[in-house]
Design a protein around this ligand. Structure first.
Ligand code: C5P
Length: 222
């Protein structure tokens, strides 16, 4: 069996990371959440009062930043310059600003370079927005996961409820749509289905349906 590379792309809150974690676990592969890398830079930028619109300053900051993703008991742990920021990077303030940070060419090329370093040995499931198009254009398996904005907002809402966070459904949906809009319309590697990606509309699928489907597709390619 081969240590293949699985690229998982799609809009916000489509269930990519939940599915990716389980798929990686089933296959004994490493899971890499690239969104966490952009979120971590955004977190540091806000802390250092760097404007998310200032490409050069963001780039300089990134070049002096160590971002580490490490497997933990309950999923991936994220470290910024040696300090754990796993929970911090999920805060509202970060989610609101991350797409503005992620649209810059200098930021993206450095992130893509780091991500390509992480996938060199294969045996990985990587999720993001440009994995099948820019990070691993020759991935053995590419999946583009979609779902209606309503369904994605509903899932995020339920997720928050379980975590004890009360949120406003309409506001969640508006935020998701705004982020998708910025991600899909940016000039550099926008969120788009790679030509050879398999589209999975998960609107009416459960997580276990999604995992099963991807496992079958992966088995054919190993
Ligand atoms: O996956 P997640 O929702 O945590 O990603 C946060 C943001 O990071 C996305 O909305 C997008 O702006 C950016 N991102 C990206 N390219 C990736 C992964 C994430 O531009 N490969």
């Amino acid at each position: 069996k081969k240590n293949i590379r699985i690229a998982l792309d799609g809009p916000a809150a489509a269930g990519k990371s939940t599915a990716a974690k389980k798929i990686a676990e089933n296959l004994g592969f490493i899971y890499i959440d690239t969104g966490a890398m952009y979120r971590t830079l955004t977190y540091k930028a806000i802390k250092n009062k760097v404007d998310p619109k200032n490409e050069q300053e963001l780039y300089n900051l990134l070049m002096n930043t160590v971002i580490e993703l490490k497997p933990g008991k309950e999923g991936q742990l994220v470290f910024l310059d040696g300090q754990e920021v796993t929970a911090e990077i999920r805060q509202q303030e970060i989610t609101k600003n991350v797409s503005d940070v992620a649209l810059h060419k200098l930021v993206r090329s450095e992130m893509v370079r780091r991500q390509q370093e992480l996938v060199k040995n294969g045996g990985i499931v990587m999720d993001g927005r440009d994995i099948g198009t820019a990070v691993i254009p020759d991935a053995e398996l590419k999946i583009f996961m979609s779902a209606t904005a309503d369904e994605r907002a509903r899932r995020r809402f339920e997720e928050h409820k379980i975590q004890g966070i009360t949120s406003d459904f309409e506001q969640l949906k508006a935020e998701i749509e705004k982020r998708d809009h910025i991600d899909s319309t940016r000039a550099v590697s926008p969120l788009i289905k790679a030509k050879d990606a398999i589209e999975l509309d998960t609107t009416h699928m459960s997580i276990s349906d999604v995992v099963k489907k991807v496992m079958t597709l992966a088995a054919d390619r190993r």
